[in-house]
Ligand binder design. Sequence first.
Ligand code: DI6
Ligand code: FE
Length: 409
Amino acid sequence: MNASWDGLLLDCRLATMTGNGAPFGLVDDAALAWKDGRVVFAAPMSALPGKPDALAREVGSASGALVTPGLIDCHTHLVFAGDRAAEFDLRLNGASYADIAQAGGGIVSTVTRTRAADEDELLAQSLTRARTLLSDGVTTLEIKSGYGLALDDEAKMLRVARRIGDELGLGVRTTFLGAHALPPEFAGRQSDYVDEVCIRMLPKIAHAGLADAVDAFCETIAFTPSETRRVFETARALGLPVKLHADQLSDTGGAALAAEFGALSADHLEYANEAGIAALAAAGSVAVMLPGAFYTLRESTLPPIEVFRRHGVALAVASDLNPGTSPLLSLRHAMNMACTLFRMTPEEALRGATVHAARALGLADRGTLAPGQRADFVVWDAGHPAELCYWIGGALARSVVIGGRAAAT
Ligand code: DI6
Ligand code: FE
C-alpha cells in the first residue's frame, strides 16, 4: 500500500478542542495525520490503520509534547505606521489624554503616519508584528483597516493585510473599519464623514473584494448607534457580515445593535447590559474579550463573564493589537490576562483563541483538530494546555504548521 498521507506526527498530547468529553478535547498517546492540507487522523496511536511508515510519506514524533490547533487572533489592528511610545511616555509623566490629543496624539497621529507611509513601507512594518504573532502559534489572524480614514488609504491598508497572508502563508481575514475615528478633514462634520464611509468608501472597498467583514467603533467618543446602524445597513446591502467594537467604555446598546444585525461578533463589551447579552446569545454572535485594552487603559469595569456564561454566549479572546490602547504583540499574553484579569478558565481562553475565534471570523474549517479541518497546528514546549495561559511571555511554540506545511518562524 503506498503511503497516502502527507504527514504523520506520533506521540502527541493532542488538545483537539473538540467536544469529545475530555477537557480541551485531550487525547493522550495520540497521532495526528494530514493530507492536502487537511487533517485525516487525530486519535490514539493505537487506532492507526497500519504501520506509520506505510501510512505517511513523512513521519515524525512530538515526544509526548502538547499539540493544539493553530491559534486564531480574531481582532487586530496590526497594519499601521509608527507607534505611540512617545505619548505612553508623556502619559506616565503626567500628561492628560486631552493634552495628548491637543498635541496631535491619539488615533489621529497614527492616521497621519499611516497615510504618509507607502504600501511597501506599511507592509514592512506590519510584517514584523505578524511574524511575532506567528512565532507564538498564531496561524490565522484578522486585520482591520481604520487608520486610513480615506478611500485610498483604507484600501492601501486592506491590500497590505492581504499581502501579509500571502507573504507568511498565514490565514488572514480583513475587516473594513472606516468608522473608527473622525479624520481631521471632517472635523465638526461627522455626519458628512458617515456619508463618505457609506456612500463612497464601503461600496468601492466591497467591489474591490478587499474586505471580508465590516466593523465600527460604537462609542460616545466615536460613532453613535444610529451612525453605526447606517454603516451596518450599507454592509448588509453589499452582502458583507459585520462585527462591532461595542460597549467598551460605556453602555451604548452596542451589544444589542450587533445582535440585531446578526453580527459575527461584538468585541470589548465591558459595559454590555444583560438584555444585549441575551440578544447576542439569540443571534449566535461571539463575544470577543480584549484584555489588552482593558489592561492598557487601566479600566476598572470587568466584562460580565458570568452573564455571558449564563446566557451561553461563545467567548473568544484576541490581542486587539493596536498602537494606542493595546500594543500587545502576543495572543497567548491576552489569554493569560483573560484568565488572570477576567477570571476565564484556561479551557475557555484556549477555546476563545481557537474554536470561538474561528466562529467570530465566520470560519468553520479551523479551530479544532479533527478530520476535515485545516491542518493548522502547533507543537508546544509544554505538557498541559493550561500552560499556554499560565506562562507570561516566553517562546513556547516549538513548531508551527499551516495547511500541513511548517511555517518559517
Ligand atoms: N477601540 C480602541 O481601544 C482602539 N480602537 C477602538 O476602536 C483605539 C485605537 C488607537 O488608540 O489607536
Ligand atoms: Fe480594536
